[in-house]
Structures are given as C-alpha cells and as structure tokens.
Ligand binder design. Structure first.
Ligand SMILES: NC(=O)c1ccc[n+]([C@@H]2O[C@H](COP(=O)([O-])OP(=O)(O)OC[C@H]3O[C@@H](n4cnc5c(N)ncnc54)[C@H](O)[C@@H]3O)[C@@H](O)[C@H]2O)c1
Length: 314
C-alpha cells in the first residue's frame, strides 16, 4: 500500500481531513504536507512542501511512493484578492505541478476541492447547476475553474483518476477559517458564544450556500471511494446543504443568545459575495455517489454552539 499525500494539510479542511484519513487508512499511509515549517500535531507524519515549487513536489511524490493525493493547498478568496499573483502561483501553477508529477509518478487517484467561487456575476443566482455560465472575476475563481478544467484534461488525455467537488462556504469549530468570503458564519457564532457583539463585513441579506464540516468531510471520502464507473463528472460536482444570509444566521443564534447583537459594515468582501450564487443544485452528486448532507442550519448552529462552549469553557 502506497502513501496518501495531503497538501495544504494544516488548513481548515486539511486539519480535519487528515485526522479522518489517518483513522481510516492508518498513520503509516498518510503524509501530511503544508508550506508551514512545523505541524502543531507531533503524532502525524509531516513534511514541508511548497506546491508552487515543481522540483520539491516531484521530490516528495517520487521519494515517498505516493499513490494517492488530496490536493488542498490553496489561497482562498479574500486573501486571493489582496495578492492575486501569489494566488495564481499557488492555485494554478501549484495545481499544475501536482497534476504533472502525479502523472509522471503514476499516482492512482487525486482529489482536489473546488468552490462556488468558480461562478461569477453573470451566472444565474438560484439552484445553479454545474454546467452554466462560469466567468469568475476574482483571481481565486479564475484559478479554481482553470484547476478544474486542467483536472478534466488530465483525466481525458492521460486517464488519470482525478475527482473533485465544488464546496460552498464551510462552517467548523475545530479550526478557524483563514480568509474566505463565507468566514463570517463561524466568526458570528464564536462572538455569540464569547458574549461579544459582532460586526459583519457583508450586508444582512447576502445569501450564499453553506455546509457543515462533518458533511463536507463525508462528501470528500464518499466521492473518493465511489466506483469510477458511477461518476459522470470529474472535478466539479456541486455539493451543499442549505442557503442562508447573515440575518437568518443571526436569528438562529438568538434562539440561544437572545441578547446577541450584529452590526453590518460591508467591506471589499461584499463584492466577492455578490458574484456568487444564492443556492446550488447538487442533484448530480446525490445521483452518482449518494451525497446526502445530514446537517441543516438549525443542527449546524446547535452543534457549533455545543462544541464552542466546550472549547472556550463557557
Ligand atoms: N473552507 C472553505 O470554506 C472552502 C470552500 C470552498 C472550497 N475550499 C477549497 O478547499 C481547499 C482547502 O481550503 P481550506 O479552507 O482548508 O483553506 P486553508 O486556507 O485553511 O488551507 C490551505 C492551506 O494551504 C497552505 N498553503 C498555502 N500556500 C501553500 C503553498 N504554496 N504550498 C503548500 N501549502 C500552501 C496554507 O498554509 C493552508 O494551511 C482549497 O482548495 C479551497 O479552495 C474551501
């Protein structure tokens, strides 16, 4: 059995996905990597890897008998707009480095998450399917749609088993989100639990699709393990659970914290959010690999508050 390499493994998804993959496939098979020098978790196999450095990517893949890759290393939407050139290098050149080395070293399966950020202002807003107008205007969206298309190309041209899905905003309590446009959701719940008011950087009625992390992790594993013959798509399965606005989230939190207050002070992230869909159609994932989220907004908020109270001891 070869090594399963995770890139960007110290991020929001990578931290939790690594735990899940280690518990499923065993510590010996999982090699976690990230651009950070060290990992806070000494019990995992860890190596530093900058995916934008093609030689390092080839070295790590070649020397570790890598058979599977979960490629999570990326710069997210909000940071992406602050440094578009670095975002291009990491998200697109980095992804090409991973695909190319995976092909040359005969990697068996490669998973890469994409995002609703691939849609743009000209995409219809409601129940958006995979095949529609995709003209993103952020560097994040541009690099992610190109990464999807490259994955499709490697599948068609070289027969590489590349799989991916488009995540909506993800909500989790274990690891703070880095700099996405949907981070307000986690921040708002944390503020409520800590007894602080919250200033939201989006308008109160900004509607976007979201999903709770346990459903996101199950989606990754289910798609990864699905028989290839059942898959009608390659890198762009829509997944999601519910749509919400800051105000619907605020209302849900107030069931637990009736005094909790939110002020709205939109910043540059409003423009990014305005280009994204209100809701997405994920029936293809349901049909092809039985995708079925378990958490609606009510259950998400309940579970988040329960776990954050334990985490912050309040
Ligand atoms: N979190 C979300 O809400 C969300 C939503 C949609 C899609 N996604 C996708 O999921 C993937 C992972 O996202 P995340 O939320 O865990 O992001 P994150 O920012 O929390 O993690 C990304 C990790 O990549 C690492 N990284 C940055 N530059 C690197 C480089 N040059 N080489 C190697 N590692 C580098 C960072 O250190 C970080 O640990 C991304 O592809 C992202 O587009 C995430």
């Amino acid at each position: 059995m070869g090594t399963i390499l995770i890139t960007g493994g110290l991020g929001q998804i990578g931290t939790e996905l690594s735990e899940l993959l280690i518990s499923t496939y065993g510590n010996d098979r999982i090699l976690v990597s990230d651009i950070k020098k060290e990992t806070p978790n000494e019990n995992i196999r860890y190596t530093r890897l900058d995916v934008s450095d093609a030689d390092s990517v080839r070295k790590i893949i070649g020397e570790n008998d890598v058979t599977d890759i979960f490629h999570l290393a990326a710069i997210l939407s909000a940071t992406g707009e602050k440094d578009p050139f670095m975002t291009f290098n990491v998200n697109l050149q980095g992804t090409q480095n991973i695909y190319r080395a995976a092909k040359d070293f005969d990697v068996k399966k490669l998973f890469i998450p994409s995002t609703i950020g691939v849609y743009g202002p000209s995409t219809p807003k409601d129940l958006v399917p995979e095949d529609t107008q995709t003209r993103p205007v952020t560097m994040y969206g541009i690099t992610k749609i190109a990464g999807e298309m490259l994955g499709d190309y490697y599948f068609r041209k070289f027969g590489m088993d590349v799989r991916g899905l488009r995540f909506p905003g993800l909500i989790s309590y274990k690891f703070p989100p880095t700099a996405g446009t949907t981070d307000y959701a986690v921040d708002m719940i944390i503020h409520a639990v800590r007894g602080m008011d919250y200033e939201c950087y989006l308008k109160c009625d900004t509607e976007m699709p979201m999903m709770y992390m346990p459903d996101a992790l199950n989606a990754v594993v289910d798609l990864y393990e699905a028989p290839r013959k059942n898959l009608t798509r390659c890198t762009d399965y829509n997944v999601g659970a519910y749509s919400m606005t800051p105000v619907t989230l605020h209302r849900e939190i107030k069931k637990y914290y009736p005094e909790f207050k939110v002020r709205y002070q939109p910043d540059y992230r409003q423009e990014i959010a305005d280009g994204w869909p209100h809701s997405i159609d994920f029936r293809k994932a349901q049909k092809d690999w039985n995708f079925k989220p378990a958490y609606d907004l009510e259950l998400t908020v309940k579970d988040m508050i329960l776990n954050l109270r334990k985490k912050f001891d309040c």
